[in-house]
Design a protein around this ligand. Structure first.
Ligand SMILES: [Zn+2]
Length: 99
C-alpha cells in the first residue's frame, strides 16, 4: 500500500504537530541525556496520531511525515468538490466517492 499523502487542509493540522514533535524530541534528549534515535523511539508522536486519524495509515516515524505532503493533487471529486489525494487515487478521501 502506498503511503497516503496529505492534502493542504490536512497539512494545516499535521504541520504544527510535526513542529511540536521536533521541539518535544529536543526536550526529551536534553532531559534524559539520550541520543536522537532513542528520543525518536520514546516520543509518543502527536503528528503520527493525527496522521493515522486522517489517513488510517500507521506511520511510526513522524519525521517521515514531512515527506508525505501532497505536492500534486488529484482531480476534483465529482461528488463533493474535494481534491483527490493523488492523481491516481481511486476514491475521494473526503466523502468516499469511488471513481
Ligand atoms: Zn468527494
Amino acid at each position: 500500500m502506498p503511503v497516503p499523502m496529505l492534502t493542504k487542509q490536512e497539512w494545516k493540522e499535521v504541520g504544527p504537530l510535526l513542529r511540536l514533535d521536533t521541539e518535544r524530541t529536543k526536550e526529551l534528549r536534553k532531559e534524559k541525556g539520550i541520543g536522537l534515535k532513542e528520543a525518536l523511539e520514546e516520543l509518543q508522536s502527536e503528528a503520527c496520531e493525527k496522521y493515522y486519524e486522517l489517513t488510517g495509515f500507521k506511520e511510526t516515524n513522524w519525521q517521515a511525515i514531512w515527506h508525505h505532503r501532497l505536492s500534486e493533487h488529484g482531480p476534483e471529486c465529482p461528488s463533493c468538490g474535494h481534491l483527490f489525494r493523488t492523481p491516481k487515487a481511486s476514491f475521494c478521501a473526503n466523502c468516499g466517492y469511488k471513481k
